[in-house]
Design a protein around this ligand. Structure first.
Ligand SMILES: C[S@@+](CC[C@H](N)C(=O)[O-])C[C@H]1O[C@@H](n2cnc3c(N)ncnc32)[C@H](O)[C@@H]1O
Length: 318
């Protein structure tokens, strides 16, 4: 029994909404239709491997952070004891992203930093719940990585950026996401962290980037200028998700500069679906991959106002 390819044209007459989202089976991905958006419930690397080469115009994503949360799902990234194992997994996922990107495609990677454990091995559990399920902080702190000392800043974003550069990506920009509304930290021996990075990576030297789509007001108050590399955007938690979600305002400039209406946008760590939301609002389609089926449902619920959601489950007799 081979599953058949979902044919969006069969459904075109049934739908009043402009967009369609397929909750797709990974086995169908080799025949993706660019007029449709897809939410794939599964492991990012496994699902990406089934996508055809050079299909995606832009990838915007935020991978799980290292050593922060345990969602109790097999294959989740972020719970490795060894930071280098975590980095290696991400490099492999993003190698597949590079393969599926069009030659002029761009990759916008959001990632924040953290500190070594400072000698503490135990972390108090937090009490967050997600749709009634307990989402725990990792009950352990991963050991201090080789070459670092207790209390060292991990430098994780740059370690990842350099690893990706070594893997063939062009590292084109480090954008500082400045978060003015960040919660206070109980630290007295360093500044409170109020930023994360967005790295702009490309597959080739020349790529699609429409700077005019994201011009910002000039400092003089007259006219506009090229967008600067510090973006001030408030954090904006999505009420039902207890992991760090993208503020839509952070995703918007990436999608506007890096794609045109009708292009395919990818997020291999979809979470609550923010990348999909902005893609649909801007008349792009998207492919979102998310390991946790409950988050897939969350994303689906969030995106229903923008698209007709269809489940690809029908099969043919052989
Ligand atoms: C930081 S969150 C992404 C949040 C997202 N940007 C949003 O706006 O909601 C990272 C997500 O990656 C998912 N994840 C973890 N390991 C994964 C894997 N191996 N494949 C796909 N998704 C994974 C987690 O379940 C989590 O939802």
């Amino acid at each position: 029994m081979e599953p058949t390819l979902f044919d969006p044209l069969c459904y075109a007459e049934e739908t009043q909404k402009e967009n369609t989202i397929v909750i797709g089976l990974p086995s169908l991905l080799s025949k993706i239709n660019k007029e449709t958006s897809y939410i794939i419930s599964g492991d990012a690397l496994a699902a990406l491997k089934q996508l055809p080469d050079e299909t995606i115009q832009i990838c915007v994503t935020s991978p799980p952070y290292w050593g922060l949360r345990d969602y109790g799902i097999p294959n989740q990234i972020g719970t490795e004891m060894d930071i280098y194992e975590y980095l290696d997994k991400l490099v492999k996922v993003f190698r597949e992203v590079k393969r599926v990107l069009k030659p002029d495609g761009t990759f916008w990677l959001n990632i924040g930093d953290g500190y070594t454990s400072g000698g503490r091995a135990y972390r108090a559990p937090d009490k967050k719940t997600d749709n009634g399920h307990v989402v725990r902080g990792l009950p352990f702190r991963p050991p201090t990585p080789a070459g670092l000392k207790p209390k060292d800043l991990l430098g994780l974003p740059w370690r990842l950026a350099f690893s990706l550069q070594a893997d063939g990506w062009y590292l084109r920009a480090d954008i500082i996401w400045f978060k003015p509304n960040i919660l206070p930290e109980s630290v007295k021996d360093r500044p409170t962290i109020a930023h994360e990075y967005i790295f702009l990576l490309t597959k080739n030297e020349r790529y699609y980037y429409d700077y005019q789509e994201i011009l910002e007001p000039a400092a003089s108050g007259k006219g506009y200028r090229n967008k600067r590399s510090v973006w001030t955007v408030n954090t904006e938690p999505y009420p039902e998700a207890h992991f760090a979600t993208f503020p839509p305002a952070l995703v918007l400039p990436c999608i506007l500069a890096g794609s045109k209406p009708g292009d395919l946008v990818l997020d291999p760590f979809l979470g609550s679906g923010t990348t999909g939301l902005v893609a649909l609002q801007q008349k792009r389609n998207f492919i979102g991959i998310e390991l946790n089926p409950e988050y897939c449902e969350l994303a689906e619920k969030r995106l229903i106002p923008y698209a007709t959601v269809l489940r690809e489950t029908h099969e043919t007799e052989d």
